[in-house]
Design a protein around this ligand. Structure first.
Ligand SMILES: Nc1ncnc2c1ncn2[C@@H]1O[C@H](COP(=O)(O)OP(=O)(O)OP(=O)(O)O)[C@@H](O)[C@H]1O
Ligand SMILES: [Mg+2]
Length: 366
């Protein structure tokens, strides 16, 4: 399992319990909740559901209307009938900074002592304003003469952690851990597809306001980036270019019919936005190849609601010479369609990857 970055301030709740935690992905367009159960045959979905978030309640990862978001969380718990109180949530975007840093070789204790001091120069915020977590990256080849080590440093703004924790508390649940979207995505990937030491895999989760990108190899994250562009960009562009309401624009980008507008009229706008998204992904790849140890990318998995936009995956395929697959977060996690219906699986398969990854967190991850 990938690095676990426990950013919660409530350290005292790490926990002498084996109970499952609820993965709660508080997205800007929808809240997703997943509870998993470990059976003798592996994981199964015990409960799952989603509930729409009214537009502008969460903007660029900032909770603007906490009361509204807390209500949505309450509704998703009611609908799914999840009784478990303890919740794992996540942050993304500019609330989080992930950096690989190189430090002189030192013991775990020395690292724990000096990490804040070391981190200070890499974090563009006041160190007092962030929580820090880190993980030593195992060197692929153990060189006995090596006198440095790589550390994956994660910093999250305390203010954002507090905001996300507050809405969960307000909804009557207990925020136990605040994680990072990109790492939750990686956890969901590894449980479903395993860890391949020989493949560099790109995970792209295209949501409403952002795309989370995590480039991984052999169970370790090589590079992450959040791009603040996603499904909203399509809706907004269609509204502007074709003078449509939010609702009609939203239907069109899903390829659904809207009275008075043909798909032919909408297509140039959609392709234009896709081109902008692809440019950002391409820039990320170029940067990765220029800076990381590996300059190879072998495979790409795409998830998130915006991956459903007409032509998006085809455009990815045309642009990058890579095998591209839709990420299935239930590939190795039993999703009983008698309990939940095939339609619900269909509805949730694209958007549940982060929530599934969050639900996989366990106490001994730490
Ligand atoms: N079938 C579809 N076709 C096109 N777009 C879709 C489809 N289903 C959902 N979307 C869009 O995907 C986005 C929602 O995806 P998702 O649930 O992954 O985002 P989110 O987690 O709420 O957002 P973020 O993480 O950016 O805050 C919305 O912009 C929605 O309009
Ligand atoms: Mg999301």
């Amino acid at each position: 399992m990938a690095g676990s970055f426990w950013l919660s301030e409530a350290e005292s709740v790490f926990f002498s319990r084996t109970k499952s935690l609820v993965g709660l992905d508080i997205g800007s367009s929808a809240v997703k909740a997943v509870e998993l159960r470990l059976t003798t045959n592996g994981y199964k979905v015990a409960a799952i559901g989603t509930e729409a978030v009214p537009p502008d309640s969460i903007v660029d990862g900032s909770i603007i209307d906490g009361g509204v978001v807390a209500d949505v969380i309450r509704q998703v718990f009611e609908k799914t009938k999840i009784k478990t109180k303890e919740v794992v949530a996540s942050l993304s975007g500019n609330a989080v900074i992930v950096k690989k840093i190189t430090l002189p070789l030192m013991s775990d204790d020395e690292l724990a002592e000096s990490i804040y001091w070391e981190a200070e120069q890499y974090i563009p915020f006041d160190i007092q304003d962030v929580n820090i977590d880190y993980q030593v990256i195992e060197a692929v080849a153990d060189d006995p003469n090596q006198d440095t080590m790589d550390v994956l440093l994660v910093a999250a703004k305390k203010e954002k952690i507090a905001d996300y924790s507050a809405v969960i508390s307000q909804a009557g649940r207990v925020p136990v851990v605040v994680d990072v979207d990109a790492f939750a995505l990686q956890n969901a990937y590894e449980i479903n597809y395993g860890i391949d030491m020989s493949q560099v895999v790109v995970l792209v989760n295209a949501g409403a306001s952002a795309m989370n990108i995590n480039i991984i190899e052999g169970g370790q994250s090589l590079f992450t980036r959040d791009i603040s562009l996603g499904g909203n960009a399509y809706t907004e562009a269609l509204q502007t270019d074709l003078s449509l309401s939010f609702e009609d624009a939203d239907l069109l980008k899903r390829g659904l019919p809207v009275e008075g507008v043909s798909m032919e009229e909408a297509l140039p706008t959609i392709l234009n936005v896709t081109e902008n998204l692809l440019l950002e992904i391409e820039k990320t790849f170029d940067f990765f190849k220029a800076t990381a140890a590996s300059d190879r990318i072998d495979q790409l998995f795409v998830s998130g609601g915006a991956a459903g936009v007409e032509g998006f995956v085809d455009a990815l395929e045309a642009r990058f010479d890579l095998p591209i697959s839709h990420f299935d977060p239930f590939r190795q996690i039993a999703f009983d369609t008698k309990q939940f219906s095939q339609e619900l699986r269909q509805e949730l398969v694209a958007t549940s990857a982060v929530a599934v990854g969050l639900a996989l967190r366990e106490e001994d991850d730490r």
